[in-house]
Design a protein around this ligand. Structure first.
Ligand code: PLP
Length: 441
């Protein structure tokens, strides 16, 4: 071993051998509790026999057929199911193979929509600092994560980055959450006016921020105000639910909890649950009809889009989430997890914030609890916690991001929706081992 170009060339990970429920096993037989579903992917856990059967049946029928020639039963059925559950106005589904492809498709669709409407000057995207929308160059250009962007500047798109809605770091001491939500949203209006409304095509944001900030929910009223601003200036609202969607926060679409009507939604990760690579871009009937009446053709496409086997997996995963009543369980187990973390680490000198929604939970690590001072960039502790918990048999997802150097590192917890109360206890115990190893406390 091996010719695999690993993510970190100096790290040689163990070889995974099998998985069952909330656990993974490596070739030596060592067991790991999947406390983050990989990276918020494995929503049903591992070895789900219904999903495996659906994938096998589709492989037996037809594994792949190119969308230039065919649609397929699982793609049609999954699209119908998603549209029947999606926020009002969302009317069409464009299947892709993952999250970056979903956000790329969203950005390109927004651009084509305005070109076909005769507003070609609308090419600017507004996004938020400390955000992540994928790693392909367009999605990376949209994201506002400084360290991921650093090596690839000047990047591609005309993008502005406004401050995120980040209660722990950016709400002032004398501000109510509602007043803060309004102030944070108004930053979008200020930026639209600064660059000129006629140049802006879309605003992109995650309803609950995952990959860079560790499950940060929006302040109350934030997205309602964002929608008003988008409407006032004719700007499209793209919600990136790649991580937080498909039940992760307790509702199938995370944005259901924020009284917001997006124009475009990106989903992936939990959609295929890890059984197949699958993502989707969902858009409003208004956008679809404008393209239909114009060129009639979204100038985009990938070989594996609408892959029948991937869609069969997605149909089985979303069906299982609903038929097994997992959304209320996400809510219950999420409450249990956050309460347990609070009880165990609420006074920990290096834990500044414990937050999230449903089974999408973030722990923010700080050098100093009082001042919220993060650990120095060269001394981040999330990666150390990852290593120590992995040794102890727990998978948790480390991440770091900064807004103008103001924040530090985080651990994301996103276990499968089938996690039991005992396993929640095991997760917290093993996390404590990792945090102790990394901080000495
Ligand atoms: N958008 C968000 C919010 C994500 O968290 C991610 C991945 O973590 C992506 C997009 C990119 O998805 P993928 O890694 O499947 O390309």
């Amino acid at each position: 071993m091996s010719h695999v170009f690993a993510r970190h060339t100096k790290i040689h990970p163990p070889v995974v051998a099998s998985g069952k429920g909330c656990y993974l096993f490596d070739q030596s037989g060592k067991q790991y509790l999947d406390g983050s579903g990989g990276a918020a992917v494995s929503c049903l856990g591992h070895g789900d026999t219904d999903v495996i059967a659906a994938v096998k049946a589709q492989l037996d029928a037809i594994a792949f057929a190119h969308t230039g020639f065919f649609t397929s039963e699982p793609a049609e059925a999954l699209a119908d199911l998603l549209i029947s559950r999606a926020p009002e106005g969302i009317d069409r589904v464009y299947f892709v193979s993952g999250g970056s492809e979903a956000t790329e498709a969203a950005i390109k669709l927004a651009r084509q929509y305005f070109v076909e409407k005769g507003e070609p000057k609308r090419s600017r995207l507004i996004a938020r600092k400390q955000s992540y929308h994928g790693n392909t160059i367009g999605a990376l250009s949209a994201g506002g994560n400084e360290w991921r962007r650093a090596q690839f500047g000047p990047l591609l798109l005309d993008v502005s980055h406004i401050d995120p809605c980040y209660d722990y770091r950016l709400r002032q001491a004398d501000e109510t959450p509602e007043a803060y939500g309004l102030r944070a949203a108004n930053a979008l209006e200020a930026e639209i006016l600064r660059v000129g409304p006629e140049t802006v095509m879309a605003f992109i944001a995650e309803p609950v921020v995952g990959a860079t900030s560790g499950a940060v929910p929006p302040a109350p009223g934030y997205f309602k105000r964002i929608r008003e601003i988008c409407d006032r200036y004719g700007v499209l609202l793209i919600l990136d639910e790649v991580m937080c969607g498909m039940g992760r926060t307790g509702t199938l679409f995370a944005s259901e909890q924020d009284d917001v009507r997006p124009d475009i939604i990106a989903i992936a990760k939990g959609l295929g649950g890890g059984y197949q690579p699958l993502g989707a871009m969902l858009c409003s009937g208004e956008i679809y009809r404008a393209i239909e009446a114009g060129s009639g053709f979204f100038q985009h496409g990938h070989t594996y889009m609408g892959h029948p086997t991937a869609c069969a997996a997605g149909l089985a995963v979303v069906g299982a989430i609903e038929e097994r009543g997992l959304l209320p369980k996400v809510e219950d187990m999420g409450l249990l997890l956050r309460a347990g973390l609070q009880e165990r680490f609420g006074e920990h000198p290096h834990i500044g914030d414990i937050r999230g929604r449903g089974l999408f939970v973030g722990v923010e690590l700080v050098q100093d609890r009082e001042t919220k001072q993060p650990f120095a960039p060269g001394d981040r502790i999330a990666p150390k916690i990852k290593t120590a918990t992995f040794d102890a048999g727990l998978i948790c997802y480390p991440m770091s991001g900064t807004i103008d150097g103001r924040s530090g590192d985080h651990v994301l917890l996103a276990p499968p929706y089938i996690i039991t109360p005992d396993q929640v206890g095991e997760l917290i115990d093993k996390l404590a081992i990792g945090i102790h190893a990394a901080t000495g406390v």
